[in-house]
Design a protein around this ligand. Sequence first.
Ligand code: ADP
Ligand code: MG
Length: 244
Amino acid sequence: MTRHNAALTLDNVRFSFGQTEMLFNLQLAAGETGVIVGPSGSGKSTMLNLIAGFETPKSGHILIGGEAIDTAPPSDRPVTMVFQENNLFAHLDVFSNIGLGRSPALKLTEQDKAAIRTAIDRVELTGKEHRKPEELSGGERQRVAIARALVRDKPVLLLDEAFASLGPALRQQMLDLIAALQRETGITILMVTHTPEDALRFSSTVFFLKDGEIKEQGDANIMLSASGPQAIRDYMGTTEHKSS
Ligand code: ADP
Ligand code: MG
């Protein structure tokens, strides 16, 4: 796999669906992990969609590896995105769904096929190559999506609650897999999670989103600790309420 080296920058990126104005400023160094937490509706998915190109900013710039990618169509961006669900094509089997990460027309070289087999092995789906998505559990389908991300081999990986459908053990396993991938390839990761303790699995920066803006950010170990910002403790429900 390629060695990557691409910082991610959101520079005054403004967006709105009509009501709440969103404004995103974010800086991740190459090879760093950012973990986005925040209440439902705060704009977490929108932020990832802007980076991936599924939404267009009203103003501001998105840079990857120092290059503005604002106007590039999603397919041309050096980005892989894994959603919470519906990542797969129902009519294609596991092998082909992963193969799409390598070639959208499924014109696969021997080298591509070898990479796909390795990815299948890493997500422990060996033997299930020819199953269709409907013949897999929700967790297995997510592992197919992650395997596709592995073979795409892009410098920025966006995960939007990608592990939410997995049980605790599998979720840890997938987080470990992503962390190993990062050590091997230097990818930059930005992940949304509703289980903030996921952030502690990596050396990571936590971004706390509320009302379409990043309100707090910092090292995960500090941000998620008992002495972290009040807003995050309130969100996590870890604020101690003293009885009078
Ligand atoms: P989160 O992922 O943090 O739960 P989202 O980014 O999905 O939040 O949504 C942010 C806000 O934008 C919410 O108020 C949501 O209702 C609104 N929103 C999301 N998608 C759309 C859409 N396609 N059209 C209109 N409003 C949307
Ligand atoms: Mg969301």
